[in-house]
Design a protein around this ligand. Structure first.
Ligand SMILES: Cc1ncc(COP(=O)(O)O)c(C=O)c1O
Length: 378
């Protein structure tokens, strides 16, 4: 059997990894400024992570959500403390799309309403409801057609207020930093206005922190820069450093009803052990503050380079608009300087390194970035 050919693959196969570094099968070392698409938060193969998972697997890896699993409560406790959302409640699932799917269903169950307001340029995943609030018709199948979803431009306060005041919405869903749309940051004013408009109309505010969350922005959640509290927050990617975990944090004002949400695999012993290990390391190593600091150093290092048209983002979620094709620039970074990076939107080079990078990695990246810019005559 061959693989279903849906991915455009880079000509590179990592077979080993440690911290912020990868090695391919020929032993060539790469600096990882892509983090497996924002997933690697504490660095590859962190010893505490490996030990916790291995130890858990040797005891019990999985049973079912039909029995007590106190690791879930331990994880909820740790996430509450790390995020400052201690009074919220946690539902565990397996991916970012699934977290959003559950968040949207929950908002609809709770409010009894059918409509959802999303943002232009949004990406919320590929499952049936998550894809309808994603602003990309190319990944929506005919069966996903849904006239209950509307879109407004990110940061257009007037449009958002108009929509919410004229129709009944169950939820507004916002990525506080849009990941696939060129790293567009929701302004504090926009998030604050969304909060007020939601309160005035009985609409629930969902923040999709699947990519920007878990410390990547330099705050635990990127919407926390605005001082706003969301009713529902979704997470995935960085939460378990590559073990598939999705999570929904839910305001205590939203009642849990037995059987309303559920999953077979979500919150397994192994998944919880992985996520607990990540939470331990994020706290012990101060990775949220490190993300903010290292992000500032990267921006400082590339600011003013000719051909850099704009730099957006927060912490270690950085988009750099270039005057030359982003994919060509990225290719040189990878092939000549052995640095992995990502792309976003049409013009943007996307940086999503592990949150544990230090000065050495920042300096190597900045030097390579500047040398690549010279090669392109930028
Ligand atoms: C903001 C955001 N939401 C949701 C998703 C979907 O997550 P997953 O691929 O784990 O389903 C992604 C994935 O890139 C994302 O960036």
């Amino acid at each position: 059997m061959k693989l279903f050919d849906v991915y455009s693959l880079l000509d590179m196969e990592p077979v080993k990894a440690s911290g912020a570094y990868l090695w391919d099968k020929d032993g060539v070392e790469y600096l990882d400024f892509y983090g497996g698409h924002a997933v690697i938060s504490i660095g590859h193969t962190h010893p505490h992570y490996v030990a916790k998972i291995t130890e858990q697997l040797s005891k019990i890896g999985f049973y079912s959500n039909a029995v007590i699993n106190s690791l879930q409560a331990e994880l909820a406790e740790k996430l509450g403390v790390l995020s400052g959302y201690e009074e919220y409640e946690l539902f565990l699932c397996n991916s970012g799309a699934e977290a959003n799917e559950n968040a949207l269903k929950l908002a609809s169950f709770t409010t009894g309403r059918e409509r959802v307001l999303s943002m232009r340029g949004a990406f919320h995943g590929r499952t049936s409801l998550a894809v309808t609030v994603t602003d990309n018709p190319k990944i929506q199948a005919p069966v996903n057609k849904n006239d209950k979803i509307s879109f407004v431009a990110l940061n257009d306060v007037e449009a958002l207020e108009r929509e919410l005041s004229t129709k009944e919405y169950a939820a507004v869903i916002i990525e506080p930093i849009q990941g696939v749309n060129g790293i567009q940051v929701a302004t504090n004013e926009f998030l604050q206005a969304a909060r007020m408009a939601c309160d005035a109309t009985g609409t629930l505010l969902i923040c999709d922190e699947v990519q920007a969350g878990y410390g990547r922005s330099g705050r635990f959640f990127s919407h926390q820069y605005s001082g706003v509290k969301a009713d529902i927050i979704t997470m995935a990617k960085g939460i378990a450093n590559g073990f598939p975990v999705g999570a929904v944090m839910i305001s205590p004002s939203i009642p849990a009803v037995k059987g309303m949400l559920g999953t077979t695999f979500g919150g397994s012993h192994l998944a919880c052990a992985a996520a607990i290990a990540v939470a331990d390391v994020v706290k012990a190593e101060g990775l949220v503050d490190n993300a903010r600091l290292m992000g500032e150093k990267i921006v400082e290092g590339i600011k003013g380079v000719g051909g850099v048209r704009d730099i957006r983002g927060r912490g270690l979620m950085i988009g750099i608009d270039l005057s030359v094709p982003q994919a060509d620039f990225r290719k040189v970074l990878r092939e000549e300087f052995h640095i992995m990076t990502g792309l976003s939107g049409q013009y943007t080079l996307r940086l999503l390194p592990p949150l544990m990078i230090g000065d050495k990695e920042v300096e190597r990246f900045v030097e390579a970035f500047r040398a690549t810019a010279v090669k392109f005559g930028m």
